[in-house]
Design a protein around this ligand. Structure first.
Ligand code: TPU
Ligand code: MG
Length: 561
């Protein structure tokens, strides 16, 4: 078979396990899309716009480990930037592929459409270089294979997005055949001496503590070290608390699970036990203003051992160039079991109170809605929660063994959830995909529900209509937090048009919600959106506490120099 630049790229995408790639067409990428279509192992999945395309790829990468999004030059390429920067913040290898102008138009004074009517054609590459780990522009078929490989290898190694731009007259040009894919998949191993020194220093740290405790953060998944973290936990026998952004990265059914650590808004007793520990083993953690609740809970100092994706640090030591999974594996063989903090946790912890069922005709409340969502979850469920009160409500869900939880907490761009849920469901057929999305967020990217309908995906969306930007209300209120109400459930028929099987339902009481959920379960050939009508003030108490702290942090006056 003779390869072209485009079919070479398609082969690489298929080889790294992408059964799908997401795309929006435009004249600068049409020849490329044709070439990608020649490969039957990676299917083209279309999106309504490029921002959604980026989020869909981001969601797919959460389910599948990596993803690709194909857009046209400039009008598409600049629109997708938010989602790609988000993938960077969230440590997800999304490969952004953009069509680009014909090579003959470069270095001429030709003015091209989709540009700012100047002959500058490099701005998209410059911008992409700022938000990806590797950005390449392909203008010659000879160099294309090595450039494509370099970008994909970097994305997979660093778990960050990469950028590949392909001139429209090069996509179909013949090029060399791809070599073995192992050169793209191989991880850089740790330096053996540094690994030994890091493991030894970390083991000494743990040995010297009376009550060690593990805290899991969101970078654990990017490091592909979830099993290794479990093995270390097993060996240590200590409590394992999980940060909000890492919910589900350690099984909540595990006897050592100590709840969600999120400062003042942690699960009951979790903050007490974390604060009580004299040796906090932070694995893949990330502390920002939100996760530290406005800098009120920011673990640091001599009692903290940090095991990051590629480095280990503790008081007096800093080792880089070591892989997290290898550090954890090494530590698991060296530590001795120390259940002191786990015993204390059991003394502190009361059995969780069961939430009573609300009378079916009573107005729907947040607690009743969450009680019913909890009842839906199985080991095959994935719950995606959008920025808003859904973050806080989602934290309280008890996840059965195998259930997954997705949250875009570092980037926090509203509008993420609808397309990310779509992409996730494309990447995880067979899972029960449930999204909790606020009315304000939904309004940004609502049209991607149409793609769920198009692909007949049985996604379940809980659209929480509390008539506004409640999370913002709790941080800082004003008229800008009020939004135009929509007929959210009615929108599904708009998207169904003549052939769709999406279902839009409304629930104003607990009974209506239960009935809607039953109907959703019977709707196998399309998504179901259940619009849950809540009072504007019916938000989680944790959101209120957290919002106050974040507001205080945001309002700090400038410090005198
Ligand atoms: O449950 P609730 O009402 O808090 O959620 P809803 O209705 O989705 O409101 C979310 C409100 C919100 C805004 C406006 N959360 N964060 N923001 C700020 C923001 C603005 N634009 C983007 C792209 N991302 C943001 N996070
Ligand atoms: Mg809202």
């Amino acid at each position: 078979m003779t390869y072209t630049v485009g079919s070479y790229l398609a082969a690489r995408l298929a080889q790294i396990g992408l059964k799908h790639h997401f795309a929006v067409a435009g004249d600068f990428n049409l020849a490329l899309l044709d070439q990608l279509l020649t490969n039957e192992e990676t299917e083209q999945v279309y999106c309504c716009n490029e921002l959604n395309c980026g989020y869909a790829a981001e969601g797919y990468a959460r389910a599948n480990g990596a993803a690709a999004a194909v857009v046209t030059f400039s009008v598409g390429g600049l629109s997708i930037i938010n989602a790609i920067a988000g993938a960077n913040a969230e440590n997800l290898p999304v490969i952004l592929i953009s069509g680009a102008p014909n090579t003959n138009d470069r270095a001429t004074d030709h003015l091209l459409h989709h540009t700012m009517a100047t002959s500058d054609l490099s701005y998209q590459l410059d911008i992409a270089a700022r938000i990806t780990c590797c950005a390449v522009a392909i203008t010659s078929p000879d160099k294309a294979p090595s450039q494509i490989d370099r970008a994909i290898r970097a994305a997979l190694r660093e778990s960050k997005p990469a950028y590949i731009e392909i001139a429209c007259n090069i996509a179909g040009a013949p090029c060399a055949a791809p070599g073995p894919v192992s050169s793209l998949l191989a991880q850089a191993p740790s330096d053996a001496d540094t690994l030994e020194a890091a493991v030894s220093a970390a083991a000494d740290f743990i040995k010297a503590r009376k009550k060690p405790l593990i805290l899991i953060g969101s970078k654990l998944r990017a490091a592909k070290a979830e099993p290794a973290a479990q093995a270390l936990a097993q060996a240590l026998g200590c409590p394992v608390a999980v940060m909000a952004a890492a919910k589900s990265f350690f099984p909540e059914t595990h006897p050592q699970f100590a709840g969600i650590y999120w400062g003042e808004v942690s699960s009951p007793t979790t903050r007490e036990i974390v604060d009580w520990s004299d040796g906090l083993i932070c694995i893949g953690t990330l502390f920002n203003d939100y996760s530290t609740v406005g800098w009120t809970s920011n673990p640091a100092g001599a009692n903290v051992l940090t095991l990051d994706i590629d480095h280990v640090s503790l008081a007096g030591h800093d080792f880089s160039g070591v892989r997290l999974a290898e550090v954890l594996d090494g530590l698991a063989t060296r530590v001795e079991a120390n259940p002191t903090a786990l015993n204390e946790l059991h003394r502190l912890r009361a059995a969780p109170a069961a939430v009573p069922e609300a009378p079916p005709e009573a107005k729907l409340s947040r607690t009743e809605m969450m009680r019913q969502i909890q009842g839906l979850l199985t080991g095959d469920s994935t719950v995606l929660v959008e920025t808003g009160d859904s973050w806080f409500n989602g934290m309280n869900l008890a996840l059965p063994e195998g259930a997954r939880f997705e949250i875009e907490m570092q980037w926090g761009s509203i509008g993420w959830a609808v397309p990310a849920t779509f992409g996730y469901a494309v990447g995880a057929p067979g899972r029960q995909v449930i999204a909790m999305i606020g009315d304000g967020s939904f309004q940004l990217t609502a049209q991607e529900v149409a793609q769920m309908i198009r692909r007949k995906l049985p996604i379940l969306i809980f659209l929480i209509n509390n008539r506004g930007y409640t999370i913002e209300v709790e941080i800082h209120d004003g008229p800008y937090n009020n939004i135009k109400n929509w007929d959210y459930a009615g929108l599904i028929n708009v998207f169904n048009a003549e052939d769709g099987e999406g279902l839009g339902l409304r629930a104003g009481t607990g009974g209506e919600l239960a009935e809607a959920i039953t109907r959703a379960r019977g709707n196998a050939n399309g998504p179901t959106l259940i619009e849950c009508a809540l009072d504007r003030d019916d938000c989680s108490p944790n959101l209120i506490s957290w919002g106050r702290r974040v507001a205080t942090a945001n309002a700090r006056p400038p410090q005198p120099k």
